[in-house]
Design a protein around this ligand. Structure first.
Ligand code: BG6
Length: 488
């Protein structure tokens, strides 16, 4: 191949959101409660406790969430009301020149409890309207089938993904959406950040920790069921439309050894597998060689069905997508060093060469080039960067001016590194910055942790006019897209 110094002509520039963080309208048109709808937010709690429920949900909190008389505020039920603003929001995406929009379908709009036999027509019709609106502007939808929003009923009544029945429920749901939208959606992903079940099993698997003294067993059994479900969905997708592309999606934090101590190096290899194990299975279609030792050391024994191996082997994904926000250092002796605050997914060590966001996420644009090279060398499958961005507090000045130069600089530096990776020969076909419009944060449930090019006038307790305001980064990104990444 000749040296490539430019973004491909048809590169998919865009932005990303998830239904549970953006839509709101939690009880409209037959929607049921999702696991995300059970996160409450209390601004009076100390900030470091805002992500407690994200990391560990209790039955008491779930009962409260199902109590119609509850006085708690549940931000993900309200999102930023995309459900009623989608036309206005998509018009703004189009104004920026988006080529694609990564979004998810709320499982609970289609199967409100998850175990119904027939889908909910009003829910299906909503996404028809959204996809039609996107196509009106030539924007390609990139759709995650399950993004942290499985039906709550499947968690409380079935115990979540540990239960094999979840495979059937997911396949029924996936079949409903894949067949309904086969002519409107070409790019799909089966599960958002599938590896994050390691860190927040309630959100990803519907597994409540207190029910599982041997939590590792529950996590990997749940993961196995998701692998099978993903392979089955991939098969259905390709049967319906052979040109459709199915991707996996992992949360990829680049990990680097804290020092050249061989123990740090090996610890890094093993820790990086917390993410790569999942893409290894989904991209190659089988469990990697290190699985036996890894599971034995965790004392995990998987229950499988005879047909699982073949289903997985025959249906690997077409492309590998990942979120990239930060990197972290790894040490074999972490107790002797300062931890990287905010790196919830890895619990890594602070890297003295990097700065961090207000939430402690260590900013490492060059790490994105490394990550792209690592993933492409490993799989030789097309890559899609499905999330990247900076959560920050924005200030609206008089005249609706929001000068988010910090966001521009974060995004610019990362996009520069994507270009470097393209020069390296990496096949990357799209980039969707996270939270292209301000939304409810996944981990802390704040709206004030903002990622967008578009500001939403809404506070953490849901107050505000919900008016949309363009930030300075709006025009910056518009120019990046218009010049296909030439002007950075
Ligand atoms: C990813 C998730 O982990 O990170 C998104 O896929 C999430 O749903 C994003 O919003 C940013 O995290 P947070 O906690 O800042 O919203």
């Amino acid at each position: 191949k000749p040296l490539n110094t430019k973004f491909p002509k048809n590169f998919l520039w865009g932005g990303a959101t998830a239904a549970n963080q953006v839509e709101g309208a939690w009880d409209v048109d037959g929607k049921g409660l999702s696991v995300a709808d059970a996160y409450s937010f209390d601004e009076n709690l100390p900030k470091e406790r805002w992500s407690d429920q994200w990391l560990m949900m209790t039955y008491e909190q779930l009962e409260e969430a199902q109590n119609p008389a509850s006085k708690q505020y549940y931000p993900k039920r309200h999102g930023v009301d995309f459900y009623h603003h989608y036309k206005e929001d998509i018009a703004l995406f189009a104004e920026m020149g988006f080529k694609c929009y990564r979004m998810s379908i709320a499982w609970t709009r289609i199967f409100p409890k998850g175990d119904e036999l027939e889908p909910n027509e009003a829910g299906l019709a909503f996404y028809d309207r959204v996809f039609d609106e996107l196509h009106k502007y030539g924007i390609e939808p990139v759709v995650t089938i399950s993004h942290y929003e499985m039906p709550l009923h499947l968690a409380t009544e079935y115990g979540g993904w540990v239960n094999r029945k979840l495979v059937d429920f997911y396949v029924r749901y996936a079949t409903a959406v894949l067949s309904r939208y086969k002519d409107k959606v070409k790019y799909w992903m089966t599960f958002n950040e599938i590896n994050s079940l390691n860190h927040h099993p309630y959100t990803s698997l519907g597994v409540v920790e207190e029910n599982h003294p041997h939590l590792e067993q529950a996590k990997y059994q749940g993961a196995h069921h998701q692998f099978v479900a993903s392979a089955l969905a991939t098969r259905i997708c390709k049967d319906l439309n052979p040109a459709a592309q199915m991707g996996c999606m992992i949360s990829y934090q680049l990990l680097v050894p804290y020092s050249c101590d061989p123990d740090d190096v090996q610890a890094t290899v093993e820790k990086q597998r917390h993410a790569l194990f999942f893409s290894d299975v989904q991209a190659r279609g089988y469990y990697p060689a290190y699985t036996a030792r890894m599971l034995a050391e965790k004392n995990v024994v998987l229950e499988t069905q005879p047909e699982d191996e073949q289903v997985m082997r025959e249906n690997p994904v077409d492309y590998v997508s990942f979120s990239y926000y930060m990197s972290s250092a790894v040490s074999a002796h972490p107790e002797k060093l300062e931890g990287a605050v905010g790196n919830m997914l890895t619990g890594g060590i602070k890297n003295p060469y990097l700065s961090a966001s207000e939430w402690g996420w260590q900013v490492d644009p060059k790490g994105l080039r490394t990550a792209l090279n690592q993933l492409y060398d490993r799989y030789q499958k097309p890559l899609f960067i499905s999330e990247n961005g900076l959560g920050a507090i924005d200030t609206v000045q008089e005249g609706d001016i929001i000068e988010d130069d910090y966001r521009i600089s974060y995004l610019n530096d990362h996009i520069v590194q994507i270009k470097e990776a393209i020069k390296d020969g990496v096949d990357v076909f799209g980039y969707t910055s996270w939270g292209c419009i301000d939304i409810v944060s996944a981990s802390t449930s704040q709206v004030s942790k903002r990622y967008g090019f578009i500001y939403v006038d809404q506070d953490d307790m849901g107050g505000g006019s919900k008016r949309r305001i363009k930030k300075k980064s709006f025009d910056w990104y518009k120019n990046v897209i218009a010049t296909n990444g030439d002007q950075l």
